[in-house]
Design a protein around this ligand. Structure first.
Ligand SMILES: [Mg+2]
Length: 423
């Protein structure tokens, strides 16, 4: 199949978090607005075009943003609210589109190949965009072209609140004059490297032999070169709220030991949350399952704001388990499932102001990447007796610290596990 003959739409909400805040408070319309962490170490998660004029952009330290644009209204984000609006948009798209992918909290790809036979693709997408705007009140832009990369770049050119179609024969003329930073995946580092070689436009980049780009940028160089040439065979991956990451455990002997079950559920959640972060996903639905000794099986699920943070997922897992386990009967199996997955990294939780927490996650995941998923885990997922017998006791000197358990590399039962507290 030749994907280049496909018709792919990229839909992206404009300054999504800001737009949602403006729905709540119309006084913010037309003013510079910054969403992000309010503390000294906070970071900009999203900002309005009025703030961008001053040079403010996302991922910038809040302090710098405010020195550039002192008049900006700063709002601490609300992921619950943004998740709700994100779902509203997805619902409209799901109602109209044959195949769509939810790429992030504010982005969707649609494969509408073949639609031209019945109705013009552009007209159809234009109507869909209007419907999203009228049903949600949120501004949104789209690009329409032959593949995901070109459509995404087209959306970028259509913003704010616009639409752009790039027909097959105009892909090259459209891409050529654009600066290389417009290619998805070209970050600051790659851009600087290419600039130092005198490569500024997509046209220049596309003319360089691919082997040379690979030599300079490594394997990802080929990918970037292909994108510069308008080549992208990646398919639109059908979104399904059912798609999930899960784990379950059956007991050799049925149990009623609640403390053990809760510790196990914490450990299981921690494990699948790590798996999810490795895939750069965020979850929005948690399901807990229990099977009683008589094989009666019950599940309970809860929708949550998009997250990949253990501490949020774990508390929901426990809450569901406590609501679910009401029969005081022996349990044969427990399971946890994370669903409603979309692409994204935990930056979305930046408004928690908790950069220490983010650093803790990054460090724990680094250890897991190197030494395996069991190398480090929360002390709350470990049995008490085990802790006393094998752990080195470290006095907890701050009630807000997170107790961790570190298993030394090549750990065997004769060695000690180290318990430490991270603040
Ligand atoms: Mg967006």
């Amino acid at each position: 199949m030749n994907f280049q003959n496909n018709t792919i739409v990229h839909l992206d909400l404009d300054t999504f978090f800001v737009s949602v805040e403006r729905l709540m408070n119309s006084a913010l319309i037309g003013k510079p607005v910054i969403i992000g962490g309010l503390s000294d170490r906070g970071v900009v998660a999203s900002c309005s075009y009025e703030a961008r004029k001053y040079g403010v952009h996302s991922a910038m330290p809040m302090r710098m943003a405010l020195s550039l644009c002192g008049d900006a209204t700063v709002i601490r984000g609300d992921m619950d609210r943004y998740s709700k609006y994100s779902r509203l948009v997805t619902d409209v798209i799901a109602d109209c589109a044959p195949v769509y992918e939810k790429a992030s909290i504010d982005e969707h790809y649609l494969d509408i190949s073949g639609m031209d036979r019945f109705i013009g693709s552009y007209k159809w997408t234009h109507e869909l965009r209007n419907r999203i705007i009228s049903e949600t009140g949120l501004p949104i832009s789209f690009g329409l072209s032959v593949n995901k990369t070109v459509s995404k770049i087209a959306t970028g050119e259509a913003k704010p609140n616009g639409e752009k179609e790039v027909p097959r024969d105009l892909v090259r003329p459209f891409l050529n004059p654009l600066p290389i930073k417009k290619i998805p995946g070209v970050g600051d580092k790659t851009r600087q490297l290419l600039h130092s070689m005198g490569v500024f436009t997509i046209h220049t980049l596309s003319d360089i032999p691919p082997e040379m780009i690979q030599h300079v940028l490594g394997k990802s160089g080929i990918d970037i070169w292909k994108k510069a040439n308008g080549i992208d065979f990646s398919p639109v991956v059908r979104y399904s709220e059912e798609k999930s990451i899960s784990t379950e455990q059956t007991f050799e002997t049925d149990t009623i030991d609640i403390q053990m079950l809760e510790r196990l559920l914490i450990h299981m959640t921690e494990k699948i949350a790590f798996k999810m972060r490795k895939k750069q996903k965020l979850a929005s639905v948690i399901t807990v399952k229990i099977r009683y000794a008589n094989y009666d099986t019950h599940t309970l699920q809860k929708k949550i704001a998009y997250t990949s943070f253990d501490h949020i997922l774990m508390s929901t897992t426990l809450e569901l388990f406590r609501r679910l386990y009401e029969r005081r009967m022996l349990i044969r199996l427990v399971g946890v499932k994370l669903g409603g997955l979309i692409g994204g990294v935990q930056q979305l939780d930046l408004f928690d102001n908790n950069d220490k927490m983010i650093k803790l996650y990054l460090s724990m995941d680094k250890i897991r990447m190197r030494f395996g998923s069991e190398a480090i885990h929360r002390a709350s997922g470990v049995e008490k007796k085990e802790k006393q017998a094998e752990g080195r006791s470290v006095k907890k000197d701050n009630s807000r610290s997170v107790p961790l358990f570190i298993t030394p590399i090549n750990w065997n039962k004769n060695q000690k596990q180290f318990e430490c507290f991270c603040r």
